[in-house]
Design a protein around this ligand. Sequence first.
Ligand code: FES
Ligand code: FES
Length: 251
Amino acid sequence: MTAPIQTSANAASGAVASGKAFGASAASATAGASGAAAANPASAASGAAVSAGVSASAPAAAVVERPLTHFRTLPVSVKVNGEIVGPTDVPAGLMMIDFLHEYLHLTGSRLGCGQGICHACVVIVDKPDGTSEEVRTCITGANFFHGKTIRTIEGHAKRNEAGEVVELSPIQQKFLEHFSFQCGYCTPGFVNAATVLIERLKRQPIGKDQVEQTITEALNDHICRCTGYVRYYEAVKEVVMTTPGLVKEAA
Ligand code: FES
Ligand code: FES
């Protein structure tokens, strides 16, 4: 007598858990038992017990809430492309790339390798001393950026009040003119890397003889699966050579 009752209870729990109407399950279970009763009185007795089990001992509806996971949370408040967002409590292990995608809906930063190798996911961090640097968001927690100022690929172009792009940044424009990218997956990372380079050269101009090596080193960490390296390089070199004040005649 025990087994059928347990079975009914489990079925009831399952129905509740799956969002089905418990009454409907009980009714069909009872109907099934009635049908069987005509052919087999023994099973009718059993069926009655089943029905009784469902309707009476259904406190099994004691569905216990058991959260599958428990997150420690940390606050994130960050200035992104000129606007402060947060503070928002996020899971302690949340990577910045996921915060950008899932919380801010800024999906321009690309998740490539997810292991800190390809640099497709970098954003620019603007530091208090006026310098800027790239940071990989696939291996850096969102909380690391708490209180910081960052730029993502969405923040480079100038926009009008309606949010429409009205002017690309010099790097974006030259990438376009050189048709530097193919699939474009790596492009946000290259734009950020080249932008950090240009900003550094504005502070610390280099000699003409250092241009090639400096650009190569600045872009070197970025992987392009479409192998568009030459055109990226050429576009950045044109910006470096045509922007006043970045290159000195001699080092
Ligand atoms: S996705 Fe971040 S380094 Fe590759
Ligand atoms: S353009 Fe396709 S990965 Fe670089």
